[in-house]
Design a protein around this ligand. Structure first.
Ligand code: NAD
Ligand code: MG
Length: 406
């Protein structure tokens, strides 16, 4: 499947471009804000959203003269309203308000919410035919078929923000889309790349949150420590690019300089490189089909000296295998995987389960939910939310089982 726009299309956009940032207060969100500040004349902010951080959201909305600021947690509405009193920024709260924010006309909607919570607003932006810059990979993992169908139906544009997928996208040869043999996603290997299975099992929350190369939100940092992140990215790549699951390869590349590659039938491999700074792929999606300045550190190849690669180890990182199997078996398995993983990561962050339990809980959740609900592909939003809910219920039960404890 391939839901991406033609990379070389006519550039009809004019500055300033209107933009909404869903999840503006997060790690991706703040990198987007940094780029908007550095390129102020090029963007007009429509709406900014956050989960609970009213103070930061209000400050950003005022500074960027947003029309609207939305906090997902309804109990924070009065606080947001009071903070925005006397300004021109409208305040709103709750899940429906988030969807309403995404429905306002904006040339670019940056989907930077973490987890399945971003599905409804991202889908709404697609329904408006907006350009959706997607960092929120869980949308494609949990609802890939639905997103692909809605993008086609509404003529929306989807641009990947995830560094690996942005790299692959930038490495596509428009004239040879049917000549791709492999898409290669690189992985840093995370903080436990050189650790034993036992060390990984007994890893603490603090150790797992120390990523060697990237500064990110907590959920994706834990996903990187288990390598579930790369598993989710394999599923994401499947929905973005015209390749089968077997044609998507993962290679561990600890330096995180090459982000993604495409191999063609003639053996040529095209790669995209850059320092590990999300502002490069974000800038690409914000300026597309042009380019804009981003302050990411420039590569000094002589100083780098060498780049290294190794095969991923699915024994120490079973999450990668569980995710790949979910993709191959298809149907609702990826939706269940995503919901169960969100619950298990949360439980790990609360010191309730060990790190290796995350993959085991995901695999067991897939088996249990499918024996209860069957394995059909969720093709509507209601189907996706139903399966996501079932996965969360099963996973919440599993995190209390003795075998998964710290
Ligand atoms: P984060 O936790 O730093 O930020 C998440 C944002 O979403 C915040 O603004 C938060 O307020 C908002 N949010 C959280 N829960 C919400 C809810 N229930 N309803 C509405 N809003 C909610 O996360 P992040 O690291 O910025 O990651 C965001 C997404 O981008 C994730 O899907 C992640 O996998 C992906 N991504 C992140 C990076 C990175 O470098 N951080 C890189 C590639 C992809
Ligand atoms: Mg990535």
């Amino acid at each position: 499947m391939n839901s991406l726009p033609n990379p070389v299309s006519e550039d009809k956009s004019q500055d300033p471009r209107t933009i909404t940032v869903l999840g503006a207060t997060g790690s991706i969100g703040m990198n987007v804000i940094d780029l908007l500040e550095r390129n102020e004349a090029q963007f007009d902010v429509v709406a900014l959203t956050a989960n609970r951080n009213v103070e930061q959201l209000a400050e950003l909305a005022i500074r960027h003269k947003a029309q609207l600021a939305v906090v997902a947690d309804e109990s924070m509405y009065q606080e947001l309203k009071a903070t925005l009193e006397g300004t021109s920024v409208e305040a709103a709260a709750g899940e429906d308000a988030l969807v309403e924010a995404a429905s306002r006309p904006a040339e670019i909607t940056m989907a930077a919410v973490v987890g399945a919570a971003g599905i409804r607003p991202s889908l709404e932006a697609i329904k408006q035919g907006n350009c959706l810059a997607l960092a929120n990979k869980e949308c494609l993992v949990a609802a890939g078929e639905l997103f692909t169908a809605e993008i086609k139906k509404h003529g929306a544009t989807l641009l990947p923000v995830d560094s690996e997928h942005s790299a692959v996208y930038q490495s596509l040869d428009e004239k040879a889309m049917d000549k791709i043999e492999r898409v290669i996603l690189t992985a840093s290997g995370g903080p436990f790349r050189c650790k034993s299975l036992e060390e990984i099992r007994s890893a603490t929350r603090a150790e797992a949150l120390k990523h060697p190369n990237w500064e990110m939100g907590q959920k994706i940092t834990i996903d990187s420590a288990t390598m579930m992140n790369k598993g989710l990215e394999v599923i994401e790549a499947f929905h973005l690019f015209p390749v089968s699951p077997e044609e998507i390869e993962v290679v561990v590349h600890p330096e995180s300089i090459i982000h993604g590659m495409v191999e063609y039938q003639d053996g040529a491999v095209i790669a995209q490189m850059g320092s590990p700074d999300m502002r490069t792929p974000i800038a690409y999606s914000l300026a597309w089909p042009r380019r804009m300045h981003a302050p990411s550190e420039r590569l000094d190849f002589a100083k780098l000296g060498k780049l290294t690669f190794e095969a991923p180890d699915e024994t120490r990182f079973p999450a990668l295998k569980v995710a790949r199997e979910a993709l191959i078996s298809g149907g609702n398995a990826p939706t269940i995987l995503n919901g169960a993983n969100e619950v298990a990561v949360e439980a790990f962050l609360q010191d309730r389960i060990n790190l290796l339990a995350i993959a085991a809980i995901c695999a067991e959740s897939i088996a249990r939910v499918q024996s209860e609900c069957g394995g059909g592909t969720p093709s509507t939003l209601d189907d996706v939310l139903y399966i996501d809910g079932a996965a969360r219920r099963v996973a919440r039960k599993l995190v209390t089982e003795d075998s998964f404890q710290c």
